[in-house]
Write a protein that binds this ligand. Structure first.
Ligand code: GDP
Length: 392
């Protein structure tokens, strides 16, 4: 019987602390997964992996021509029909344990293939489980193709050109090349390389999740107007009546190329009018605790009056902003506490500077073009384990 050992690259085995016996003991039965998005399309791709994958597919697939699937070379493409007289399709033999069936993209065609394969003993996986199982120790893919698959998955969730650019570099091989180089590194070099990779953990894990920036301050200081000005469109309800924003309003936007959610909160006043407003304030406090950054707003006409931030436990970094700067006489310097970036949602003064300050605060440094950046928990965990086991 073919062994899964051949398909766990040697570095993965060494780095995962696996010998051939442990890998063999974890060989997987055939699994099947639809690799293309759900719904109709011109083509669909069904992946089949596992030690018996070739045998299972060969028991149903009828090649047209002399080439049998079992006797084909890796990376060969075999044309034929699914069952005698069935749909025409091609089977790509990626390796001894890894096949792709490229078929018509209709729901019925894919369904028939899945039915036949599961009846023949394949376990059907979701795309997420497919990725997780293939990446597990003893799984069926090598490090490079796992990283590429993870990058593809991450790219479907990434928003904003900066994250997409970094993930595209990882898809093109930046991380896999560095990963490979670790195999040959001595303990000192290994520590240095892994240290550099892990120094991007904070960024890598955020490439598929927006930064949360909470805008807080007393009622009526201009928080909603500020969110609108930053977003460039009217989203939050702006009203001269204090206490209007009673719930969290989230505005997701791309700021400086990065995915950001601005959270507009209820004004933090201690004499809240009613139960609904008090609930809004309570949610605002929770939101501030989970924030990556708090933009603390004080109105210019109230400068000198300390903003009411006693509700916060100040875990997230703050940027102080003085709003309604247009109400100040020309040349007036904002005195008193707290100082902050003067902005006006009416004239646009300071909005660009505020946007840049927000981005500098959440993304203080960026990788150089093409630099390796780990971007999944699996990768981070793996690097940490490797540093522990081999970097000493
Ligand atoms: P929030 O309760 O803190 O969200 O404040 P809003 O954004 O609802 O604004 C409260 C009031 O201040 C509204 O009447 C706005 O039109 C006004 N306002 C907000 N920003 C500015 C500004 O930059 N300049 C001026 N002059 N008025 C503003």
């Amino acid at each position: 019987m073919l062994s899964a050992v051949a398909h766990v690259d040697s570095f993965s085995r060494v780095s995962m602390g696996l010998n051939d016996d442990t890998v063999a003991s974890q060989m997987i039965g055939p699994v099947v997964c639809v690799l293309t998005p759900p719904g109709r399309s011109a083509l669909a791709v069904v992946g089949v992996c596992g030690t018996a994958a070739v045998d299972v597919v060969a028991s149903i697939f009828c090649p047209r021509g002399p080439h049998q699937l079992c006797a084909s070379k890796d990376r060969s493409v075999v044309f034929g029909r699914w069952r005698e007289g069935g749909e025409e399709l091609v089977v790509v033999r990626r390796s001894e344990t890894d096949l792709e069936i490229h078929c018509h993209g209709g729901v019925a065609a894919v369904g028939a293939i899945l039915r036949d394969l599961t009846a023949a003993g394949c376990r059907q996986l979701t795309p997420e489980d497919w990725l997780t199982e293939s990446a597990a120790p003893g799984g069926f893919r090598c490090a490079q193709s796992i990283i590429a698959a993870e990058a593809r998955l991450a790219l479907t969730a990434a928003r904003g050109p900066r994250a997409v650019q970094i993930l595209s570099h990882q898809l093109a091989g930046s991380l896999a090349r560095t990963w490979d180089a670790l195999a040959a590194a001595d303990a000192h070099e290994l520590r240095t390389r892994i240290g550099r990779l892990l120094s991007w953990e904070w960024l890598g894990l955020r490439l598929t999740r927006p930064w949360r920036v909470v805008v807080s301050g007393l009622p009526n200081v201009g928080k909603s107007s500020l969110v609108n000005a930053l977003a460039g469109f009217s989203r939050s309800l702006v009203s001269p009546v204090a206490g209007t924003t009673r719930d969290l309003l989230e505005t997701r936007l791309v700021l400086g190329g990065w995915d950001v959610v601005l959270v507009d909160t209820a004004g933090l006043r201690s004499d809240a009018g009613d139960a609904v407003e008090r609930a809004g304030i309570s949610r605002a406090i929770d939101a501030a605790r989970e924030a990556d950054l708090i933009v603390a707003v004080t109105a210019a006409e109230e400068s000198g009056t300390p903003a009411d931030h006693r509700f916060h436990d100040h875990t997230a970094p703050h940027i102080a902003v003085v709003s309604k700067a247009d109400l100040l006489p020309t040349g007036h310097r904002i005195a008193g506490s707290p100082a902050g970036i003067p902005v006006s949602s009416v004239t646009g003064q300071g909005i660009q500077e505020l946007a840049e300050t927000i981005i500098r605060a959440v993304v203080p440094r960026v990788p150089s073009p093409g630099e390796a950046v780990p971007f999944t928990l699996r990768q981070i965990q793996h690097l940490q384990d490797l540093r522990y086991s081999r970097g000493r």
